[in-house]
Write a protein that binds this ligand. Structure first.
Ligand code: UTP
Length: 297
């Protein structure tokens, strides 16, 4: 059965250890690419896909995230008084409607699957989207919107997928491909973080999902998987075993792994260069840096 996707879960309860010491006091999702926090990119993508209810799975030490979505009446009044309309519009674009946003706590970081399961009651008996804010995707049509459109054709479960170099399979959930139809593949199995020699393909799952309510049932029963965590991949793989449809979706766009330092820096450069107000000065600086490094080699 196909239903409109109106709810999205944002699991943001991870410890973010790769960004210590910054993440000692700042949630990773508040770190900024140019001038917008990672979470804002995720929210904008969800809105473009027609999401109306935004469910955050948070944890201790993440209150800055909740504050970020509050209205800022004093700041808005000051900007209005100063006639700073553009800044005011920027600020207003971050406001969320009352009732559109819900927070639920994951009391212990027991894995992505467990974080998604924490939102079970809020999702109810509906298909839902999951967005991992670490994965920032630059795309003409936002990735989740591409997936929602594909879902309207196929139904079932859909995971965003992209080819990775063989030596990187151990960092991802990897798809065992049934039929390859180009932008969509049917999935025979999913393996969490396999070594290159054990990987069934090099098509990796990245942080966008459209999932059926059955996934929540599966998560309820799941035991700890790879790395001692409750894995979302395992709950999706169970659906395949039950004969339900799971598709991999090769999205169009460039994905940045902002959960890693190198990926975050790459995204900063790419998004900085894409900005008209920064492009001139920034690209000149990058050219100078590159020339200096070459000269030093
Ligand atoms: P990661 O594997 O990137 O873990 O989680 P992390 O804790 O965020 O970061 P590092 O590895 O310590 O640097 C992938 C996504 O799943 C969420 C994270 O917030 C992130 O969006 N997650 C992970 C949870 O919400 N709860 C968990 O128990 C684990």
């Amino acid at each position: 059965m196909k239903r409109k996707i109106t709810k999205a879960i944002f699991p943001v309860a991870g410890l973010g250890t790769r960004f210590l010491p910054a993440t000692k006091s700042i949630p990773k999702e508040i770190l900024t690419l140019v001038d917008r926090p990672l979470i804002q990119y995720a929210i904008d993508e969800a809105r473009a896909a027609g999401i109306k209810e935004f469910i955050f799975v948070t944890a201790r030490g993440k209150s800055a995230l909740e504050d970020y979505f509050d209205h800022a009446p004093e700041l808005e009044a000051t900007l209005r008084k100063q006639g700073k309309k553009e800044l005011l519009d920027t600020l207003k674009a971050t406001n969320m409607d009352s009732g559109a946003i819900a927070y639920i706590r994951q009391h212990k970081a027991m894995g992505l699957g467990h974080a998604v399961w924490c939102a079970k009651r809020l999702v109810g008996n509906e298909p839902f989207a999951v967005i991992l804010t670490d994965d920032v995707i630059a795309a003409e049509k936002p990735c989740l919107q591409q997936m929602v459109e594909a879902y309207a054709e196929t139904g079932g479960n859909i995971v965003a997928a992209m080819e990775v170099p063989p030596e990187k399979t151990s960092a991802y959930g990897i798809l065992d491909i049934g039929e390859d139809m180009g932008s969509m593949v049917t999935v025979k199995n999913m393996v969490e973080k396999p070594k290159a020699e054990e990987a069934p393909s090099n098509l990796a799952v990245i942080g966008r999902y459209i999932l059926t309510p059955n996934i929540m049932q599966n998560l309820s029963r799941l035991k700890k998987g790879a790395g001692g965590e409750i894995q979302l991949t395992d709950a999706i793989a169970e659906e395949i075993r039950r004969g339900e449809k799971v598709y991999g979706f090769r999205f169009r766009g460039q994905r940045f792994d902002c959960g890693s330092k190198a990926g975050f820096l790459q995204a900063t450069v790419a998004f900085g260069l894409a900005r008209e107000d920064l492009n001139g000065e920034f690209s000149q600086f990058l050219a100078e840096m590159t020339a200096l490094r070459r000269a030093a080699e």
